[in-house]
Design a protein around this ligand. Structure first.
Ligand code: ACM
Length: 382
């Protein structure tokens, strides 16, 4: 049955990232990565001669709006595929919708793991692909005493639980743990900075996201702390937040990610060039843009084969597929619907770019439930 307005010459897909509100600093970049891939696919003739058409809503950084728009996409817009979500709380809002209506959410963001849904393809890092290596690197290079500061929602709390376990298993200790509203402003960080000054940790492990990230790093800089001896380490602070806070404020801090703009290789240089051509020479790419970008290409390759966006057909075609992404070769792991990705650790330089200080020898198999917890992740010094 065709709905009014259904065009048989198009493939329509839903796109849900915030262009407004406190998460736009990063979600807008995921929207851009998604649209760049869609444009490339259409410039190449579309998929089986049908154009890929995004149906885009702006949930304005409100998790509940993601759930409402996901339902609207599936029920009113008759879309079965959704590219979207940054925060885990927005993913959790979309999850019951795609599960009930058998849609497929493509989720391009690192998260806390410990989730599986047959209705989600996870293309961001699971904790075994970022936290494990980061914990060891920080302990080896800075020391065993970590202070945790996070935004107050599921990803920071769960991610910190994992980091606390990793830390203890390696002989380290957590010396403080604080959560602030997702809407926290710079003055809200002052008590945290005072507590950090009292506790004198070796590392500040931040799971702060969105605009608050900029306030945290600026408060740190204003306090006169030195990243050489007590860096902020994060899984979420990318080139885009660094640009927003100022390169001088970000310099010396550490992030673990699958991708940085400076990753070498022809696939990444041409990706970065195309991104900058479209969005401006000053606009950096980042790990979230990259995942948002390559997941659309993986979807398109599968759709070419299935010639249908039916979720069951798509899932069976997508599982096990590989793609030469800007970060290197990635694969959708058929056992868990997560992606085998590269593990990298970077330190921000004075140009707002990450110098890679450590990286995996090959893609690291996704292990969202940390079943191989404690087993070594193959890493090499850069
Ligand atoms: C996140 O909320 N998964 C960063």
């Amino acid at each position: 049955m065709k709905s009014a307005g259904f065009d048989p010459h198009q493939w329509r897909v839903g796109v849900l990232f915030s262009s407004t509100g406190f998460m736009a600093v990063i979600e807008e970049t995921q929207l851009r990565g998604t649209l760049l891939a869609i444009d490339e696919i259409n410039a190449g003739g579309g998929i089986n001669e049908r154009e890929l058409v995004p149906v885009i809503y702006d949930p304005a950084s409100e998790s509940a709006a993601f759930g409402r728009y996901a339902k609207r996409l599936m029920v009113e817009d008759r879309v079965s595929t959704i590219f979207g979500c940054y925060t885990s709380s927005s993913r959790k809002a979309v999850l019951p919708v795609v599960e009930r209506l058998n849609g497929l959410l493509w989720y391009p963001t690192l998260y806390e793991g410990f989730e599986f849904s047959p209705n989600v393809i996870y293309t961001g890092a699971a904790p075994n692909q970022n936290s494990v290596a980061l914990c060891r690197y920080l302990m080896d290079h800075y020391g065993p005493r970590f202070y945790f500061v996070g935004s107050d929602y599921i990803y920071p709390r769960e991610s910190n639980r994992i980091m606390r376990d990793l830390l203890r298993a390696n002989g380290g200790e957590m010396v403080g743990e604080t959560y602030l509203s997702l809407r926290a402003r710079q003055h809200d960080f002052l008590p945290v900075i005072r507590d950090i000054r009292r506790q004198q940790p070796d590392v500040i492990f931040s799971t702060v996201v969105g605009d608050s990230t900029i306030h945290l790093y600026q408060s740190y800089a204003d306090a006169g702390f030195d990243p050489k001896v007590m860096p902020i380490a994060s899984l979420t602070t990318t080139e885009s937040e660094i640009r927003a806070m100022g390169f001088d404020v970000g310099e010396g801090h550490v992030t673990a990610a699958s991708y940085f703009e400076g990753v070498s290789g022809p696939s990444n240089s041409s990706f970065v060039a195309r991104y900058k051509k479209r969005y401006g020479a000053d606009e950096p790419t980042n790990m979230c843009v990259e995942a948002a970008y390559f997941q659309v290409h993986i979807f398109a390759k599968a759709l070419e084969q299935t010639n249908s966006t039916d979720t069951d057909l798509m899932r069976s075609m997508v599982l096990g597929s590989t793609f030469e992404a800007p970060q290197g070769r990635v694969s959708i792991n058929a056992t868990c619907s997560h992606t085998d990705l590269w593990t990298r650790i970077g330190r921000v330089n004075r140009c707002g770019q990450f110098d890679v200080v450590q990286q995996s020898l090959s893609p690291v198999l996704a292990d969202p439930y940390l079943t191989g917890y404690g087993s070594p992740v193959g890493c090499q010094q850069a």
